[in-house]
Ligand binder design. Sequence first.
Ligand SMILES: NC(=O)c1ccc[n+]([C@@H]2O[C@H](COP(=O)([O-])OP(=O)(O)OC[C@H]3O[C@@H](n4cnc5c(N)ncnc54)[C@H](O)[C@@H]3O)[C@@H](O)[C@H]2O)c1
Ligand SMILES: [Zn+2]
Length: 355
Amino acid sequence: MIVHASIKDYEVRFEDSFENVAAALAEGAPFVVADRRVHALYPHLFEAVASDRLFLLDAVEEKKVVDSALDICRAMAAMGAKRNARLVSVGGGITQDVTGFAANILYRGIAWTFVPTTLLAACDSCIGGKTSLNFEGYKNLLGTFYPPDRILIAPSFFETLSEADLASGLGEVVKFNVMGGSDALSELEASIDGLLALDPETVNRFVRRSLEFKRGIIEEDEFDGGRRVLLNFAHTFGHAFEASSSYAIPHGSAVALGMVAADAVSGSRDIMSEALAERVGALVRRIMPAFDSRLIDDAAVLSAIRGDKKQTGDGITAVLLDDAFDLHIVHDMTESEVALGCDAVRAFLDKVRAA
Ligand SMILES: NC(=O)c1ccc[n+]([C@@H]2O[C@H](COP(=O)([O-])OP(=O)(O)OC[C@H]3O[C@@H](n4cnc5c(N)ncnc54)[C@H](O)[C@@H]3O)[C@@H](O)[C@H]2O)c1
Ligand SMILES: [Zn+2]
């Protein structure tokens, strides 16, 4: 699969085995940045990587900062990297954000291959070219656009993900395939067991579909000035659930809950039927860990929404889905609709816990 972007076209490849990943780490002696946990879990992949070409990164938000990107530049400069240097990074979204930023600023942009090892990075963040770093306590405040040249997706990596990280990735997969329309939703319903069991063919198919859906939008609006807002479906609530729970609810799970909240608002505006909201809810229930509903606090959620960098006006901006699977960008979501969404999510989480 090829993604067209103004800076460069880039390729996403699906790998049935780790063979080509190991080859990408060995060929031409690139500089390698690996998530420390992934390196410990898959040592054989890194056998050909000399220790002075290897940088291990702790995948925690505190390390998703400019200092980490500068440390990588420093290590590469120390080994004499020139403009033709190549970087290969292996890990999830944190590793991607740090290495993308480093690859972008070193010599104004060096060759970069990314190997996503989380489902979330594979189905969503690996394309689109955004690099985002935390700064002064603000999440994702600094950033650039710099896509990898090549992305290698090996779904076998997902087998070692924690339940929470797997559930988080599944949240984005469900979101893309709800946005994808009636057929995509039916196919997801028919395949959810295979996805949960990490059946390789099913995982590949849905990661590919998710990326194809995202590609359709980012190729039209590469720099986030128009249609790309649609990708924010379920994210107004989602980001707020993440932040107001102090990240106890991981991104993709917060987005899946954001869908439940947004659909409740769609329902109260009479643009979505109960039947469709229930179908989406049934899928989200299959992938949702048992979070305490007290993590959702109306006042904290509202203040997180008000603090969101994407909320630039007086009314609250959100993306709502209707029964025809059309997405609507609204700028007039009210505080009482936020409360209604929170109510729906608390009731939903109580049901998940009781099950
Ligand atoms: N740039 C973008 O477009 C974009 C989009 C969405 C999210 N993000 C960012 O991505 C980050 C979240 O990324 P994420 O959820 O992909 O994961 P992550 O990088 O936060 O990693 C999550 C955990 O999984 C571990 N891990 C990674 N791969 C593993 C594997 N194969 N087996 C076992 N453990 C593994 C990591 O060590 C870490 O503990 C956030 O910082 C978010 O802001 C960026
Ligand atoms: Zn997301």
